[in-house]
Design a binder for this molecule. Structure first.
Ligand code: DC
Length: 222
């Protein structure tokens, strides 16, 4: 069984790249951010203040996240309800960034994430996959890009969807989220010592995919 871990900040292109590589290698793609987003949706629905760790801890035992696949696409279930269509908003993303800092929240998802890697060849993306979840992954990639590049990609994505947005606000959001993800006490976003750093600021999708595939081929073929 092989596993590939791809970590990196918001907007580095992890999910696009990860999906493409998983398809090419016929690995199962696991998006762990979606699991934190599902938990965040629960906190939003129950009007739990993200600063109130006690309330978050109290809620965690009532939250059951699971995943399944429909036509190869990961679906996230929150207490049995498919919430895939509800978790991609900025509101949920920001809530996930805040609440994923708590130990209890991370512990709620740990076994689910680790167990997935026991059943199949997987490519998992997130923030702490190479450092905490799958420390023995055969391939570890830290995929990043400058905050400016990530903000312009996000801006393009939102305008293409017809959503009104402001470049300065998006950039501020990205910088704030990096700050939270990298500086939290539990499982902060950081490059694992044995991860290969890929900076996609000046690279196209195909180039990034090819560079990661070549790391994989070298590891597997020796
Ligand atoms: O990748 P994403 O934007 O969907 O993730 C949403 C938030 O979840 C992100 O700001 C930090 C958190 N997260 C995490 O702490 N650990 C992971 N493995 C994946 C996501």
């Amino acid at each position: 069984m092989y596993s590939i871990a791809i970590d990196g900040p918001a907007g580095a292109g992890k999910s696009t790249i990860a999906k493409t590589i998983a398809k090419k290698l016929e690995f199962i793609y696991v998006d762990t951010g979606a699991m934190y987003r599902a938990m965040a949706l629960y906190f939003i629905r129950h009007e739990i203040d993200p600063k109130d760790e006690e309330a978050i801890n109290k809620a965690c035992p009532d939250i059951h996240v699971s995943i399944n696949y429909e036509d190869g696409v990961q679906q996230v279930l929150l207490n049995g309800e498919n919430v895939n269509g509800l978790i991609r908003t900025e509101e949920v993303g920001n809530m996930a960034s805040k609440t994923s800092a708590y130990k209890m929240v991370r512990a709620t998802l740990l076994d689910l994430q680790r167990d997935l890697a026991k059943t199949a060849n997987i490519l998992m993306d997130g923030r702490d996959i190479g450092t905490t979840i799958l420390p023995n992954a055969e391939v570890k990639i830290f995929l990043t890009a400058s905050a400016k590049t990530r903000a312009s990609r996000r801006y393009l994505e939102l305008t293409e969807k017809g959503e009104a947005c402001d470049m300065d606000e998006i950039l501020k959001d990205i910088v704030d989220r990096d700050e939270r993800d990298m500086n939290r006490a539990v499982s902060p976003l950081k490059k694992a010592e044995d991860a290969v750093l890929v900076d996609s600021s000046e690279m196209g999708i195909d180039e990034v995919v090819e560079s990661i595939l070549s790391v994989y081929r070298k590891r597997v073929n020796g």
